[in-house]
Each structure stands twice: as C-alpha cells, then as structure tokens.
Design a protein around this ligand. Sequence first.
Ligand SMILES: *Cc1c(COP(=O)(O)O)cnc(C)c1O
Length: 382
Amino acid sequence: MQKIRYFDHAATTAVKEDVLKEMLPYFSLNYGNASSIYSLGRHNKKSIEEARQRVAKAINANTKEIYFTGCGSESDNLAIKGTVYANKEKGNHIITTKIEHPAILNTCKTLERQGYKITYLNVNEKGFINLKELEQSITKETILISVMFANNEIGTIQPIKEIGLIAKNHNIYFHTDAVQAVGNVKIDVKEMNIDLLSMSAHKFYGPKGVGALYVREGIEFERIQDGGHQEKNKRAGTENVPGIVGLGKAIELIYKNFDEYNNKLITLRDYYFSQIENRIKDVKINGDKENRLPGNANVSFKGVDAQELLLYLDAKGICASAGSACTSGSSSPSHVLVAIGLDEDLAGSSLRVTFGIDNTKDDVDFLVESLVEIVEKLRKSN
Ligand SMILES: *Cc1c(COP(=O)(O)O)cnc(C)c1O
C-alpha cells in the first residue's frame, strides 16, 4: 500500500495514543451517565471535572469558567448567540472580521436576519485587522467583538491582547475563535483580556465531536439548546464523557511538550518555504512570516489550478488542502484569500499545507519533489 503523507493538520488530526488510552474505558466499562447519583455515574462526573481542570489550567482560566460542547462550531454559536441574546438591552451591534471561519460568519448572518447589525472588519495583505478601524467601528450599540485568534487558511495570528484591551476599555465583550490557536500558541485568557474563547479537541490530537468554551466569570450568556441541566444549565445533552476526557488529556499533553512541538513545526515549515522559493518560480507566500501558526504554509502557484494540483498530490499519497477543508468542494475562491487582496486566479492556485507531530524532513522533501514535478507539468499543459 502507498504511504500516506498527511499535511492537513488544520483540517483535523489523528487522536494520540495516550489520549485514546485514557478515553477507552469510558465507552464500555465506565459507561454511567455522569448526572446519575450512583457511583458508576459519580465517577464519571469526577472525570469530567478533572478534564475541566486540565482545560482551565492550559489557558489560565478558572475551572468553573469552562463549558464542554459538541464541537468548535457549537462553541462559536454558543459564544456569540449566547452573549448577544442575554445582553439585548445593552445593544445590537457585533464587530467581527471578513476572514472568520464559517462557524462565526454564518452565525453572524443568522443574527443579521434577526435584526442585529454586524461590522465585518477588513484585513491587510498579511491578514491582520487594523486596530484603529476596530476602534472606529465601535458604537454605543456594540456588545460583542469576535476576532479569531489565528486564521485556519493563512495562519495569521492577530494581536489578541491589544484587541482585548480595546474591548475592555469600551466595556464590550471579547470573544475569540481559538480553534486553530489552542496547542499552537501559548494562551493566557487573563493576561490577553479574553472574555470568551472557543476550542475543538480534534485540532490538537483529541477526538472529533467535542469542544469547549471558556466564558469569563460574571458574563451573562444564554443557553441556545434546550433540554437537561448539564454544564451548569448552559449546554443540554448527556455529557460525552470519553470525548471530554480525551479533550482534557489532549490539551494537557500538547502544552506539556509545547516548545519541542512548536520548534519542530517551525523548522519543517520554514524548510518547506525555503525549498519552494528556491526551486519553483512564480510562487507567493500568503500570510505573515512572523506572526503565523507554526505549522501553516499557504502558497500560491501562479497559473496552476489548486484542485487539479490536489488530485495529482493525492495520487502520490499526499494529503493537503486548497483554501480550507470547509470551502474545498465549492469552486468559489476562498473568502480569506480574497480579503487579503488576491485575485480570483491566484486565490484558485493556492495550496495550504499544515504540518503536524508525525511529519519528518523526509516527508517535506517528498512533498517538495512532488510539487516541483506537478507544478511544472500543470504549467506546461496550460
Ligand atoms: C475547525 C475550525 C472550527 C470548527 O471546529 P469543529 O470542531 O470542526 O466544529 C472553527 N473555527 C476554526 C478556526 C476552525 O479551524
């Protein structure tokens, strides 16, 4: 069988062995409902609280400020709808950006249909918002600012602490979609003035179908799903104990080995960039070189159709992405690449490669050799 080389860690990651090991007993041996009073259930409640402590510790939050959800998308929905519904009397204006994940953009579109006003901030050619534009967008009606921590397509890391300070000075809640940042960036919600933060386990070697939302103590927010009283009455549904245990273990592990992991990804990424720039002409690196996710490389290959490129890479066992996984399959250009100023052709020639824990220099060499060959072939056939 052909060897698979996986360079799509921003789409999802494999569950780590140690994470899986910790999850397994909760599927069959410890199957009790965590809300039950007998010990089979009570034991699981304890495991959930241990996971909550691990999450809180990783981002310097308090344990009671962490709520478990069904995914990153749900955390985003709960963060935004939950706070604006609970704070209706304070205003109806939300500020976000043009480069958010669909979980934020489509939540905002739904709220627009309900009468909320949304400002979508521009970004510059590197993908950064302008702090002056942010401050000028604030009105008396503004109740929430939601800016993603790091972008899933181009890896740009926003000046989160400064954004949080602006929100704080104006008495506005600040939410950040940190689904790409958790595990890749050190996060301190107190120091960074973050009021709400979303994360998803499957982006940092935990299981799919479980996320968490941090909400600073004292912030009013409403549940958006009706049912039982789980998660302090904020998120109905029988707790996904194995998933929650897995999320807790995964976040603890990733931060325990943070420096080693971070250095490894940066080394692979920068080696990839230098190889591509040296060996293929007419390439453009998208995003910022400094304030960038350690494993993210987004490159436009002028004159090459990225969808075609992906098929040729797949034939060699290489998994990568054009734009984000959520937009691939649709032929419209990535809203992120358009927002940073790429024309439709260049946006459609962009390849996102995201490195992860098991990638080696040998993998990158194979990727580069393959790209040299395929890009030349596709450019000739045009
Ligand atoms: C993956 C992702 C999400 C969605 O998380 P799910 O758990 O897949 O719902 C939200 N925001 C960003 C930035 C992401 O990368």
